[in-house]
Design a protein around this ligand. Sequence first.
Ligand code: NAD
Ligand code: UDX
Length: 481
Amino acid sequence: MVKICCIGAGYVGGPTMAVIALKCPKVVVTVVDISSQRINGWNSDHLPIYEPGLDDVVKQCRGKNLFFSTDVEKHVSEADIVFVSVNTPTKTHGLGAGKAADLTYWESAARMIADVSKSDKIVVEKSTVPVKTAEAIERILTHNKKGINFTILSNPEFLAEGTAIEDLFHPDRVLIGGRETPEGQKAIQTLKEVYANWVPVEKILCTNLWSAELSKLAANAFLAQRISSVNAMSALCEATGADVTQVSHSIGTDSRIGPKFLNASVGFGGSCFQKDIMNLVYICECNGLPEVANYWKQVVKVNDYQKTRFVNRVVSSMFNTISAKKIAIFGFAFKKDTGDTRETPAIDVCKGLLGDKAKLSIYDPQVTEEQITKDLSMRKFDKDHPAHLQPPSPTSIKQVSVVWDAYEAVKEAHGICIMTEWDEFKKLDYKKVYDSMQKPAFIFDGRNVVDVQKVREIGFIVYSIGKPLDPWLKDMPAVVA
Ligand code: NAD
Ligand code: UDX
């Protein structure tokens, strides 16, 4: 019986291992983490992450062939295959700060594997890492050990949050990279057999180690680049009277471009896109490719521009002052169907509005007050480190209230900023919302969820990303940052 241990019980480790356990009843899977809070969550009725369909999968196999434990060393030493799915956040200080990946957690996991192992193991990079990381990991693993063989594989994860279970059940592909040696090829075959329990073999791609590592960074860079491209178009649409939804549809029908991932928004968020692009930028710079680095850097710059543009639009529309005005924030998560707020555009937008002294009333169906307070008081990138290493946050922030109902958030508000495309924001009774607000009442839709025509008829002044401007907004002078 194959024994798998996964180090890191986060957004990737938890769902991925739960699906492997479900699809491979003969494999025993144990997920370990240094955070006892996370592990307790995985062993409880309230899983530590919100992901549609996840509860059901965990319930079916937990206690049978799926286990969660803080006894990291024991389970690593007993495993045949060790996945490492720990944080690889952007470095916050030292060489490469703001760009390079911080491999502290990966290195400490690798050292521990080397220390506790008593038998041969396949070590799988599940975390997203810089290309050539496997080489460094191999050196760490083989450093102190005599007689134990470690074979390293790269098996990057492509799931997206909010659709993780569906993505894991029906992946576009599974990518496995390994050394082009007999041991490397044998290890690839072993991991391939695990996935082949439910993934068609033609969708399991096998490459060398460096191609697999780089493909993950490249895939995220390409995806994010599409969003920045359409967001750049959205600014031009607003200036010209074109409608970005129509433009996206028109270009997306070209089969070479395709329709997916062309939704203009207030900006992309999530723990991966910015981090992985900056990591790519750093690798290009280190390899003497400044032009390539600048090309990819621009994707992040346009994303920052989109968030700044949004805040400027709010301020300029509301007579150039939002001081002491109540603004309702609909949604705080970086996308719908997740409670994850890492790099959510809502953080930058809220900070921008708070900088102009607005009062915010924030509502998100999955994000707690504690999380929002933490996010608004923390430095960029700090929160992608393990929770117990993060600085303590204040219990509340002046000017910010967090409520558990959208109608509560809008009472006496001057404006609404829609930050996350939760389905419920499409279905609200906007007449009721309008009636409880100060007039003129504004909607700034960062996700194009409201029916612009309908809410305009109710009386709202509406700004929707990349849509023809409301006559009111056209007349307001633009604010310059
Ligand atoms: P996460 O923060 O949710 O989980 C990482 C977990 O690792 C944490 O619970 C932390 O306590 C634990 N950990 C850190 N060091 C450890 C150690 N030495 N021993 C045991 N546990 C340790 O992060 P995540 O979102 O699951 O991401 C993990 C990796 O997967 C990252 O490299 C990320 O870039 C990549 N990735 C993430 C996604 C995503 O959608 N979140 C998708 C694809 C790839
Ligand atoms: C991403 C990749 O999609 C996934 O393959 C990888 O494994 C991890 O990073 P994730 O960040 O979870 O997944 O979500 P994704 O659906 O990619 O959305 C990222 C951000 O882009 C969100 O803020 C989303 O709202 C935004 N987005 C997405 C847009 O603004 N427009 C789009 O058309 C699509």
